[in-house]
Write a protein that binds this ligand. Structure first.
Ligand SMILES: Nc1nc2c(ncn2[C@@H]2O[C@H](COP(=O)(O)OP(=O)(O)O)[C@@H](O)[C@H]2O)c(=O)[nH]1
Ligand SMILES: [Mg+2]
Length: 390
């Protein structure tokens, strides 16, 4: 539905896309707030994309538009989609209907302050940047109201995006940004993940990007739609973007792929070590001898560290040079890093459970992964003398 078409007004220049799912408590206020923060000299269209919210967000907007006495300062439209089909694809539906040459994307829960909109528009319209990202992770930016757990998850996901996909922007996972519509004209946007900006950043070439600091304020009304599935989808989309546009043979030669496949081998060896440790300990504590169980455990540890070492040397790092002196010196370093890893794991579990209030099973996974990753990097560089990446 369309309101306020002001005598067939000239084509709007800005389209603001606002995805909603169960935002009945926020949507009208955010529309008003956007209206009072828009630059007056630019015609603007807002497009709400609602996924048939069970709380009636879509109907609330329709009623609001019907009853508007005074015309709004800008055009407001709503797209009703049949079902909850994900944030990325909701934004994409909005973009398809946009008439503006500049698109602004923002949440409807007041996490993205409308006061920043003019700055984003100015960056694109006046300073001619292709993309302007409202950023939490540059100087002057901040996050308020998130738990430490959510902050760590966001930082971690951002790091993966930046390192894994080679992106320079400090906040590529921002949901608040503006861009020139024509930069995605030729692109095939999948919009599988929660984070459509990331896809745009990966798929566009030679675009200019600027970041504007802002303070992300966690919502006060309604609840977050981020759940386990969205997190999983995010990592799937990163993986898909990682493979984007690279032919298969080339991929294998990329040093980052080599790095990842070696890390995967290292983790696999770690898992076999766990099994070896268990089986050997049980064997000695009853299976083949009646050793005291603590002695049996020590033998289990020694055998598994040794088997881990041999497998990593021969398989993970393809080092077939087994001369005695060299092998022993490598073995010494490997044992040292393994002990260090144990301490890192212990310290991290303590920190995450006690300070970050993360549940023990989840904290343990994070700690084991981190310690193993640290071990991998240290052994790669110092034990097997490889370049860090490659
Ligand atoms: N249309 C649509 N909007 C969504 C969907 N998931 C989230 N949103 C909206 O996207 C914005 C960000 O979601 P939110 O739950 O606040 O995520 P968070 O800020 O990362 O916790 C809000 O305006 C939501 O209403 C979806 O599947 N479809
Ligand atoms: Mg939110």
């Amino acid at each position: 539905m369309l309101v306020n078409n002001h005598e067939q007004r000239i084509k709007e220049q800005i389209s603001i896309i606002i995805p909603t799912y169960n935002e009945s408590q926020n949507i009208i206020n955010i529309l008003k707030s956007i209206g009072s923060n828009l630059p007056k000299d630019i015609l603007t269209q807002a497009i709400i994309v609602d996924d048939n919210s069970p709380d009636g967000t879509g109907k609330i907007v329709e009623d609001y538009l019907k009853n508007l006495k005074k015309k709004a300062d800008y055009t407001i439209e709503i797209i009703h989609r049949k079902a909850k089909d994900g944030l990325g694809s909701a934004i994409l539906s909005g973009i398809k209907q946009a008439r503006g040459d500049t698109i602004v994307v923002m949440d409807s829960d007041f996490s993205h302050p409308p006061q920043i909109i003019p700055k984003l528009i100015e960056s694109v319209k006046k300073y001619q940047y292709d993309i302007a990202v409202a950023s939490r992770y540059i100087k002057g930016g901040n996050i308020k109201g998130w738990t430490l757990k959510r902050k760590i998850m966001s930082k971690f996901a951002t790091m993966i995006a930046k390192k894994g996909l080679g992106i320079d922007a400090k906040d590529p996972m921002s949901g608040f940004f503006a861009f020139k519509k024509n930069i995605i004209k030729e692109l095939n946007i999948d919009a599988i993940g929660y984070k459509i900006l990331l896809e745009i950043l990966v798929k566009t070439k030679n675009v200019t990007i600027t970041e504007i600091p802002y303070t992300f304020q966690d919502r006060e009304l309604g609840s977050s739609k981020l759940n386990f599935k969205t997190i999983l989808d995010y990592y799937k989309s990163v993986w898909k973007l990682y493979r984007y546009g690279k032919p298969l043979e080339k991929q294998e030669k990329r040093s980052s792929v080599k790095f990842l496949s070696k890390a995967a081998r290292f983790y696999t060896v770690g898992a076999t070590g766990f099994v070896v440790n268990y089986v050997i300990s049980l064997l000695f504590a009853g299976g083949i001898s009646d050793m005291w169980y603590l002695h049996a455990t020590i033998i289990g540890i020694i055998v598994s560290i040794t088997s881990n070492f041999i497998l990593n040397k021969a398989w993970t790092f393809s080092d077939r040079d087994f001369r005695i002196k060299k092998t022993f010196s490598q073995y010494g370093k490997f044992v040292m890093f393994s002990s260090l890893g144990a301490f890192v794991q212990l310290g991290m579990v303590y920190f995450l459970v006690d300070n970050a209030e993360i549940s023990y099973p989840f904290a343990l996974i994070l700690a084991v992964m981190t310690a193993a990753f640290g071990n991998f990097v240290l052994n790669k560089k110092w034990t097997f003398k490889e370049k860090l990446v490659g």
